[in-house]
Design a protein around this ligand. Structure first.
Ligand code: ASP
Ligand code: MG
Length: 633
């Protein structure tokens, strides 16, 4: 018999009516022959209300007491849910986190799960109960109540499912929320966005980090680590939602499965930093130390011993970022520039690894809309571009009403990410995301026409086997999992210097490269000086000369200043794992270990499941050894 874990969020248990609906769903799953565990969040805005109550008393509440307080929200929900199920005639029993041994570390308010004791859960299931578990909470080794961080009930649900799986049950986890599933993009911006039938864990992780806030990243990491199939679906309907599952073969044929816009970022460029080992480490170490999350990172190759480092942070962190970096920038003899209103548009898809021409298609669509790209970065299965919004400042005094109105409007528009939205629509269309396709409207081998997962034992991939072995070595369920360090020496780097910073140039470069059907991998573009950009990308070594020749022919038509340079003596070094971003330490450890060896980083690409850097091939073996030691793999 299979175990179905159903998670209901705050809005899905906010009142008696919703609670009864949740209870009905649990009973239906049981009647279908499953054993059922229900995980619930606090009702509606309860957690916020509790935080507000504490704020009436103190501005500096102790974390331990806050956890004691916040955990009560979920305790109310579990009792009410169990009562609702009983009222409908089924057996139900509720448990707090501590009652079923959800043991966490002692980091109150953002604790990480170490282990779950499944004995009590199993007993209650065996005796025919629907088991209701409090989300978001656990108990530390001292016996104190802890909470997992806002939105933590998703994590509880997937962790409980993972623990049951470890105990030998066949499991599935359903996340009930107020949307129908995962969409190709935000339907509020692009009305013809389609619901996906299935996406892979990696795709979902990238989409979650791009701003598709359907699920907590931590919970998806958990699901991936333990191979728990998830479905996101609507709590108020019976419609089939979106499966989040291990990567299926057909997913590899689809280059892009989703696109997203993040509009609240700011771009920082550090120009004229010395092109030396350890410099990027110093910069990102300082930011990590101040707990500032860095999003896109693009480092230029530079010329004359000086390089440019560009990155984005959320707008709200801009002032803090400037303050933290001021002394470092001064020490390096560099300058710090800021672009306040930028929009990031990203595309994600597992098929990008093998389908050529994805970057070209994206840049073409953006060029057709006259969108200028301020920065480009790539991850394993993601390409992101940064677009500057129109930031014409609103005037201080209103001398000429008509003009003022116009400027004011432009200012308001910039806030609404007008260019970003336009770019998102163009990209969504360019990849045919508005059309039915495999995994979004057409049946596949993993999902039947009715949208239910074909239950067959998943083929254990080499990846999954390696992961299982690595998982077994961890102390805590939520420990960061670095599963491997890899060196790829088959790639070459092509860099275009002094490319004019106008719409369409990047598209032209990739059209030239794509004309030779060359698969482009890592891409980094950065603005390096007034009106000029630097663009680097990697291609297979065998295609490097061809790519360089094609680009150089094109550059002759563009202008006399830009030039191209190929370098075949590079290596790409990857750290692969799960939890690369929710555990900020990974990039830090990686850059730190390389800096300690005096190894220079030429390009960086980050994603949820992989951090890749381009280094000098001659240092490759030494770099691999350093990272294996640093990550103990
Ligand atoms: N009740 C908690 C919160 O609001 C946990 C959750 O909803 O997942 O953050
Ligand atoms: Mg909540």
């Amino acid at each position: 018999m299979g175990v179905v874990v159903q998670k209901f969020g705050g809005s899905s248990v906010k009142n008696a009516e919703r609670l009864m609906e949740a209870a009905r769903k649990a009973i239906r799953a049981k009647s279908a022959g499953n054993q059922v565990i229900v995980v619930v969040s606090a009702q509606g805005s309860t957690t916020d209300d509790l935080i507000a109550k504490a704020a009436e008393i103190t501005a500096t509440p102790s974390a331990r007491e806050m956890d004691m307080l916040l955990a009560t929200g979920e305790q109310i929900s579990i009792a009410l849910t169990a009562l609702a199920i009983q009222e409908l005639g089924e057996k139900a029993v509720s448990f707090t986190g501590s009652q079923i041994g959800i043991v966490t570390d002692s980091t109150h308010r953002k604790a990480r799960i170490k282990s779950i004791d499944t004995r009590r859960l199993s007993e209650a299931l065996t005796s025919g109960h629907i088991v209701v578990v409090a989300g978001f909470q656990g108990i530390d080794e001292q016996g104190d109540i802890s909470t997992l961080g806002r939105g933590g009930s998703d994590t509880t649900a997937v962790a409980v499912a993972a623990a049951m799986k470890q105990a030998g049950y066949e499991v599935e986890c359903e996340i009930y929320t107020d949307v129908d599933g995962v969409y190709t993009t935000d339907p509020r911006i692009v009305p013809d966005a389609r619901k996906a039938d299935a996406v892979s864990y990696d795709e979902m992780l990238e989409m979650a980090s791009m701003g598709a806030g359907v699920m907590h990243s931590r919970s998806i990491e958990f699901a991936k680590k333990y191979d728990v199939p998830l479905m996101v679906r609507n709590a108020q309907s019976d419609a089939v939602g979106t499966w989040i599952v291990p990567e299926a073969n057909w997913m590899g044929e689809i280059p892009v499965c989703g696109a997203a816009l993040a509009a609240d970022e700011a771009r920082i460029t550090l120009e004229g930093v010395p092109d030396q080992p350890g410099v990027s480490h110093a910069v990102f170490e300082a930011l990590a130390g101040a707990n500032i999350a860095v999003d896109m990172i693009g480092q230029s190759i530079g010329a004359g011993g000086r390089a440019t480092i560009g990155f984005t942070v959320i707008n709200a962190e801009l002032d803090r970022t400037k303050k933290v970096l001021a002394p470092i920038v001064a020490g390096l003899g560099a300058t710090l520039n800021v672009t306040e209103r930028v929009s990031k548009v990203s595309v994600v898809g597992a098929g990008m690894r093998t389908v050529a021409g994805v970057a070209e298609r994206m840049f073409d669509a953006l060029a057709a809309e006259q969108v200028n790209l301020k920065m480009i970065t790539t991850g394993d299965i993601k390409i992101s571009v940064l677009i500057e919004e129109d930031t014409t400042p609103a005037p201080m005094d209103a001398t000429e009403p008509a003009a003022t109105e116009k400027i004011k409007k432009a200012h308001e528009e910039s806030k609404k990410a007008v260019r970003g939205r336009k770019a998102l629509r163009a990209v969504h269309k360019a990849f045919g995301l508005d059309q039915p396709r495999k995994g979004a409207g057409l049946p596949t081998d993993a999902v039947t026409a009715t949208g239910t997962l074909v239950r067959k034992p998943p083929a254990v991939s080499a990846d999954a086997t390696a992961r299982e072995a690595a998982v077994a070595r961890l102390d805590g369920m939520e420990d960061v999992l670095v599963s491997g360090v890899h060196l790829n020496t088959d790639m070459a780097r092509i860099t275009v210097f002094d490319l004019p910073d106008v719409p369409g140039t990047v598209a032209k470069v990739f059209n030239a490269v794509a004309a030779g059907s060359i698969l482009v991998d890592t891409i980094v573009q950065n603005i390096t000086g007034p009106g000029r950009a630097e663009l680097s990308f990697t291609v297979p070594k065998a295609d490097a000369t061809k790519a360089e020749r094609q680009v150089s022919e094109l550059l002759r038509e563009i202008d006399a200043r830009c030039r191209v340079e190929g370098d075949a003596s590079i290596a790409v070094l990857y750290v692969l794992g799960v939890g690369m971003r929710t555990h900020t330490g990974v990039a830090r450890t990686m850059f730190g270990a390389l800096a300690a060896k005096g190894i220079n980083i030429e390009m960086i690409n980050t994603s949820e499941v992989c951090v890749g850097v381009v280094i000098d091939a001659a240092r490759g073996p030494e770099a691999v050894a350093a990272l294996k030691a640093a990550f103990k793999v």
